[in-house]
Design a protein around this ligand. Sequence first.
Ligand SMILES: [Zn+2]
Ligand SMILES: [Zn+2]
Length: 453
Amino acid sequence: MARSKTGKTGLIFFPAFDWAISPTHPEREERLLYTRDQIFEEGLMDLPQIEEYKPRLAEMKDVARVHFCVPDVEAQVTEAHLIAAGSTLTLADAMEKGEIRNGFALVRPPGHHSMRVVHGNRGFCNVNNMAIMVEYLRTKYGHKRIAIVDTDVHHGDGSQDIFWHDPNVLFISFHQDGRTLYPGSGFTNEMGGPQALARTLNVPLPPGTTDEGIHYVLDELVLPILKDFQPDLVLNSAGQDNHYTDPLANMRFSAQGYALLNEKLSPDLCVLEGGYAIESALPYVNTGIIQAMAGLDYSHVREPDFVPGRFVQSQEMTREIEGTVQHLQEIWEERDALVEGALAELGDFYRRRKRIFYDTDMINESQEEAVRICPDCAGYMTIASSAQRGYGILNSAYCVSLPRGACSSCREDAREEYEEHVGDRKFGYVYLQDKDRDTFRSFNNMTRTQKNY
Ligand SMILES: [Zn+2]
Ligand SMILES: [Zn+2]
């Protein structure tokens, strides 16, 4: 199906009235209500360039295509999560049908801190809306190469984890330096797994970075790399918390800066992530982005307290940003050699251990991940995961994932891994994710029952 190069901008609003971490938590429904008011005030919804869509529920299978939810998908998602994720799928379908040229899912709860294995909520996220949309677009429409640019002030550590080993998904995140902000990761040496080195790129920025610094990163690094990578689709995890009034971070980005970023990046689809300055930033940033997406003049969009020239970047900050960009340019240029070198040093498997902290739910997870280094396909993956809350074991799981285009020997080995752990009392749950067949199976070792999505 041909995507139209001209046409409308699709929007979905889903404020999730009945979902909140707590009533006064910064991630709450008012995040979208003020934006909606501003958009109506600007008359945007009456314009022929804008088309509003109604959200739909994502299916459990759409979630299982990405995540190993422990104990199961039903336990980790509420209706609000399914609607937020489903909204992105509605816009993906509308774009593929040629009804819209691009679209913006203004939904909550957000998703970019949700990793492949899910034991609970981290960084306000349970499931990763962006990743659910990416896997849906690949399964249903056969897209191969996809670029995700994460413009939230926090490192998109969940999206990074999900696409870590995937050379066909370029993930670029710029964010406030992890030494000064949650989740404390996103450094330049986090570059992806051995088969996908430099397809994950992190741009840590000093606190106080202005429009100038962020546009430097965009012009000198992000846009040239996208040109090299030539993705089928450019997707934007659109977090608005780089704004100078955001209460959770310390950056100096403006609504004009965000709108211009969107115009230059020209993403096919945007998915809202964070942004917590409910009245002073979100209505203006989101309005500016929508106008940029629809090809409308956004030059008048300004925060009520905006003073031109108020934020000037120090020379020291500028030098730091230039240094980071140059370093990442070099990594990108060497990407093929990096992969070749890493693979030459590996045997049949690549392994890594990870510790993951769920700040919202106070869960500590430890993982042992193994990827088969296969000459014939991307190789199957296993993850042994155990999660603790306080001093007690919460849950443990053994997860097996078969990539797209898995070879017959990896299919066989993966199936064996699954069968071997069914009945193994070391793990509460065993999972098998088969992306080619689009089937997802889980086994509860305590009740000895199987579930299929
Ligand atoms: Zn954020
Ligand atoms: Zn294989």
